[in-house]
Design a binder for this molecule. Structure first.
Ligand SMILES: Cc1cc2nc3c(=O)[nH]c(=O)nc-3n(C[C@H](O)[C@H](O)[C@H](O)COP(=O)(O)O)c2cc1C
Length: 313
C-alpha cells in the first residue's frame, strides 16, 4: 500500500503539540526509567517517543517496599516518585540520550509546591534535547494542605500558569483521574496555558492481605494502572477531548494495537504505554509493529485521521 507521504506502508506519523512523532506510541513515565535503561531491549528510535521518570528539583528516595502489587488485570504502585533529581538527569542521563539519533524525549516534572515545579523546569530548561515537559499534577500539594494539585481547580490553574510562564518548551499537563469532572480540569489546564493534555494517571486504590490483615503496599494506598482501568481511561479521554481544543495523549491499560485505535477514536492524538512494559519490556516496540499490521489489514493510509473518529448512530 502506498502511504500519503509516498513511502510504502501506512503513514503512522502524528503531529503532537507541534512535535512531529513517527508514530503515536510513547512509553509512559515511571515505567521506562530514563530511557537509557531500555536501550538494550527496545529500539528507542522505533517509538514515537518516551517520557522519563518523574523528575523533582532534588533527588528522592521514594517509599519503602512493598511498592508494587499485581491485581486482576492491573497493578498497584506506590513508588513514591523515586528519582535522581533534575540536575543529575541533565548530567548523567541526558548526554547519552543526546547521542541517540531520531528519538523524542519528554521530561516528566513534579513537585510539592508551585515553587518546586518552577525550579525543576528552570533546571531542565538548561538541558538540550528535551522535546517537551509533562507536568505531573497528581502529587499532594503540601503548601495548601495536602490536596493534589490535579484535584483542586484553583491549585491546578496556578501550577499550570506558573509552569507555562517558566517553560521554554511545549507543556503537556498530565491530569489526575481522581476527580469528579475530568472535562472541568481539562478546560482549566487549557485556559491556564497547557499546550496539550495527557491522561490518565493512576487511580487511587488499595489491597489488603486477609491473612496478615496488613496492607499489600507499605504506603497503604497506591495507584492502580493496567488493563483494569482501560474502559474508565477511555471514557475520560473522550470527555476531555470534547471539552478542549488542545491535543490529548491518551493512556490507561493500553497493551494492544486495537487499544491504541480505541483511544484515538475517543479523541487521543497519540498514546502512552505504561504497565504493559512491566509484563513485557519490549511491549512498546511490539505494539508499533502491531499497529502497522492493523493499519495494513484495515486499509488505513494515514493513522492520524482516526483521531476523534468514533461514529455514533
Ligand atoms: C510503577 C509506575 C510508576 C509510575 N510513575 C509515574 C511518574 O513518575 N510520573 C507520572 O506522571 N506517572 C507515573 N506513572 C503513571 C503512568 O505513567 C501511567 O499514567 C499510568 O500507569 C496509566 O497507564 P498504564 O495503565 O498503561 O500503566 C507510573 C505508573 C507506574 C505503574
Amino acid at each position: 500500500m502506498a502511504s500519503p507521504n509516498g513511502r510504502p506502508g501506512p503513514d503512522l506519523s502524528v503531529s503532537f503539540a507541534g512535535i512531529p512523532l513517527k508514530n503515536p506510541v510513547i512509553a509512559a513515565s515511571g515505567t521506562f526509567g530514563y530511557g537509557v535503561e531500555f536501550e538494550d531491549v527496545v529500539h528507542l528510535d522505533k517509538l514515537g517517543g518516551f517520557v522519563v521518570k518523574g523528575l523533582s528539583k532534588e533527588p528522592m528516595a521514594g517509599n519503602p517496599p512493598p511498592r508494587l502489587y499485581e491485581t486482576p488485570a492491573g497493578m498497584l504502585n506506590a513508588i513514591g516518585l523515586q528519582n535522581i533529581g533534575a540536575r543529575a538527569f541533565l548530567s548523567e542521563k541526558l548526554p547519552r540520550l543526546r547521542e541517540l539519533k531520531n528519538i523524542v524525549v519528554i521530561a516528566n516534572v513534579f513537585g510539592y509546591t508551585r515553587e518546586d515545579y518552577e525550579t525543576t523546569i528552570e533546571i531542565l530548561n538548561e538541558g538540550e534535547g528535551i522535546a517537551a515537559y509533562e507536568l505531573n499534577v497528581s502529587c499532594p500539594n503540601t503548601a495548601q494542605g495536602g490536596m493534589q494539585f490535579g484535584c483542586d481547580p484553583r491549585a491546578l490553574d496556578e501550577v499550570v500558569a506558573t509552569a507555562r510562564h517558566r517553560s521554554q518548551r511545549p507543556l503537556i499537563v498530565k491530569l489526575s483521574p481522581n476527580v469528579t469532572s475530568i472535562a472541568q480540569m481539562a478546560r482549566i489546564a487549557e485556559e491556564a496555558g497547557a499546550d496539550a493534555l495527557s491522561l490518565v494517571n493512576t487511580f487511587t486504590a488499595m489491597a489488603i492481605d486477609a491473612e496478615t490483615r496488613k496492607p499489600r503496599i507499605s504506603n497503604v494506598t497506591a495507584g492502580l494502572s493496567g488493563p483494569a482501568i482501560k474502559p474508565i481511561a477511555l471514557r475520560m479521554v473522550y470527555d476531555a477531548s470534547k471539552a478542549v481544543k488542545i491535543p490529548i495523549l491518551g493512556m490507561g491499560g493500553i497493551s494492544t494495537a486495537v487499544d491504541i485505535i480505541e483511544f484515538m477514536l475517543a479523541g487521543a492524538t497519540a498514546v502512552q504505554i505504561g504497565t504493559a512494559s512491566y509484563w513485557d519490556p519490549c511491549a512498546t516496540e511490539k505494539i508499533v509493529d502491531e499497529l502497522q499490521d492493523w493499519c495494513v489489514q484495515h486499509k488505513i493510509g494515514r493513522l492520524s485521521e482516526l483521531t476523534s473518529g468514533m461514529m455514533i448512530d
